[in-house]
Design a protein around this ligand. Structure first.
Ligand code: AMP
Length: 590
């Protein structure tokens, strides 16, 4: 395909505002792309390389401006290109505003169509440019790019500049490409037309839409698994649904990470009944690919580690590589977090992992300073089995089969009991973790999706400053500490300070803190029965919670759902603590 034909279609696609009509134009482009389909499917999104490939062109904007200036002629400098950019606001428009003499100019010299740029030619030139490295490589890149711009018509220059800077700006996102692939190669042309036909009868449209959606789902799955729009487009065209269904994960090619939304424990319990609860590790996301230790040459590592953005971070994390090589002997793809830990394996603050995560130099020296470990929480592939469609619990089982119930694997609690979740959370916070994740136990792994199946427990929105009016002695190793605190709101109108209870706080307090609080509150004990104590009101806690509920359990008539300790409010006294009126107001506002 001539590059000019591609850019003419890109212009048409850009000019079309309606989604379905835009998709139809992309579909027609794909159908016309012939041997260049895989490149075209990437180019429409401004990509030269597939998403799984972390290779970049490594061309900064200034090199691009320089190449444009050179191609534009003797009188134009890179500074002049930048001035125009400041005026016009977008590099494609700037590139198109110069006359490089492409096509028309060449034709005038009698070279006919021979020298026209092709999609394949542009792709090859850009790839060669990406591969250039070492001394003088920037100059060679500049020469190549200049050579390309020199052959461009204004329309071609517009899209070449955008491709080089990885932004096509024609409003074609991943969803459009996916739908266009389905329509071009899987869906029935009559269905595609019916979906767009305002006069078609409802039944026909519904049936057409269903068939189109099924085709789209097939494409979507293959895209999720392969992360390669070009390859999927070609398979859809050449092998149809059967070919797409057969697309498998490949060890060594990262898939997009599944993401989480914020949500509450109540959301999770309401939606799923049973909840899979895990520690939320405070580290950096890592996807582990291991080929099982097959016959690689000496010194070659067969473990690859990828960041959340699918960058290759293998070289920065040799301990994780060694761990995987030691513990696993089959091909796997794991998802998890790398955390920085102290000598006891307890988590260190997030900043510490940042000192290691993308490091390219001094890895060995830093390894002595900051120890990192893997905390795997998911398993996408084991020894030929793709597990994306399996449930959270089944995938976690495969993970424990592989690595055992060790620190390297998240400890999954399956429960429908809010109190168990609360206790799990207290323990996680106590151990220095960031919090907890709540997962739908039946959910598959959906790459790249920020869906409702994974929830990171929402931080509390509004806190209350409540007076501690009672407590309970702990159990087991905490028997000498006050462990659970009864918190109360002040009754505003009362003559002598009167307090009404609202809930018990036991979550969010470290052992060290419990010792301090016990020492502080013990002198305030005014009555004791069993493990329960009444306290003279002296101390104010800032308390987080998920919801305020009406409840007969406490004397205020309200109860906090998931109350947790945030801080002691040293600056407040029981007289300035929050009032029952404020609690009532907040409850109403919910
Ligand atoms: P956030 O970065 O705040 O959006 O929270 C989601 C992130 O938490 C994920 O992308 C992971 O990097 C991280 N995370 C830590 N522990 C887990 C876990 N057990 N399951 C899933 N994600 C986790």
């Amino acid at each position: 395909m001539e590059f000019a034909a591609f850019t003419a279609r890109a212009d048409d696609i850009d000019a079309e505002a309606a989604d379905l009509a835009k998709t139809a134009l992309v579909r027609d482009l794909f159908a016309a792309a012939g041997d260049d389909l895989s490149v075209v499917a990437r180019f429409v999104q401004g990509r030269v390389f597939p998403a799984w490939d972390s290779t970049t062109l490594d061309i900064g904007p200034s090199l691009c401006y320089e190449a444009i200036a050179r191609a534009a002629g003797q009188n134009v400098t890179a500074a002049a290109v930048e001035d125009r950019l400041a005026e016009m606001g977008e590099i494609g428009d700037v590139a198109a505003s110069f006359d490089f003499g492409g096509q028309r100019g060449l034709a005038a010299f009698g070279s006919g169509g021979q020298s026209n740029l092709t999609v394949e030619g542009v792709d090859e030139a850009l790839r060669a440019l990406a591969a250039a490295s070492g001394s003088g490589s920037q100059d060679r890149k500049l020469d190549t790019l200049f050579g390309l711009f020199n052959r461009c018509s204004p329309a071609e220059a517009r899209y070449l500049a955008r491709l080089v800077l990885a932004e096509m700006r024609i409003g074609v996102g991943e969803g459009t490409v996916r739908d266009a692939i389905a329509e071009a190669f899987l869906a029935d042309a009559a269905d595609a037309a019916a979906v767009r036909d305002d006069d078609a009868d409802d039944e026909q449209v519904t049936a057409a839409r269903e068939r189109r959606d099924t085709a789209i789902e097939t494409v979507e799955r293959a895209l999720q698994v392969s992360n390669d729009y070009g390859r999927v487009a070609v398979i859809a065209r050449d092998e149809g649904e059967t070919g797409l269904d057969a697309v498998q994960l490949e060890v060594g090619r990262p898939v997009q990470a599944m993401l989480a939304q914020a949500g509450t424990v109540l959301d999770a319990l309401d939606a799923w009944g049973d909840v899979a609860v895990e520690t939320k590790f405070d580290g950096a996301r890592v996807q582990v690919h291991y080929d099982g230790g097959s016959e690689n040459g000496e010194g070659d590592t067969d473990v690859s580690l990828f960041s959340r953005n699918m960058e290759d971070v293998t070289d920065a994390l040799p301990e994780v590589v060694e761990f995987v090589e030691r513990e696993v002997d089959v091909p796997v793809i794991l998802d998890g977090e790398v955390v920085a830990v102290d000598d006891d394996g307890s988590p260190l603050p997030f900043q510490e992992i940042l000192r290691r995560f993308r490091r390219k130099h001094d890895v060995d020296r830093m390894r002595d300073e900051v120890t990192v470990e893997l905390r795997a929480f998911d398993c996408l592939h084991v020894d030929g089995d793709d597990l994306l469609a399996e449930s959270v619990t089944d995938r976690h089982d495969r993970l424990t089969d592989l690595l055992g119930e060790t620190d390297a694997v998240s400890n999954l609690l399956l429960t429908e009991d809010a109190e168990e979740i609360e206790a799990y959370e207290a323990e996680a916070l106590d151990a220095g973790h960031e919090g907890i994740m709540l997962k739908n136990p039946d959910a598959p792994y959906s790459p790249g999706k920020r869906g409702k199946n994974w929830l990171k427990r929402k931080p509390d929105v509004e806190t209350l400053d409540l007076v501690v009016t009672g407590a309970e002695w702990g159990e087991g190793r905490r028997a000498t500490f006050l462990g659970t605190f009864l918190v109360s709101a002040r009754v505003e109108e009362s003559e002598d300070a009167e307090f009404r209870t609202l809930g018990k706080v036991a979550t969010g307090i470290t052992d060290e803190r419990l010792a301090e609080l016990t020492e502080r509150l013990e002198p305030d004990i005014v009555a004791e029965s069993g493990t329960q104590v009444d306290l003279r009101p002296t101390t104010v806690f800032e308390v987080g919670y998920e919801e305020i509920q009406q409840s007969p359990t406490y004397s205020s008539g309200y109860a906090l759902r998931f109350p947790r300790f945030v801080e002691v409010r040293e600056d407040k006294t029981p007289e300035t603590a929050d009032t029952l009126e404020r609690v009532e107001r907040l409850a109403e506002q919910q």
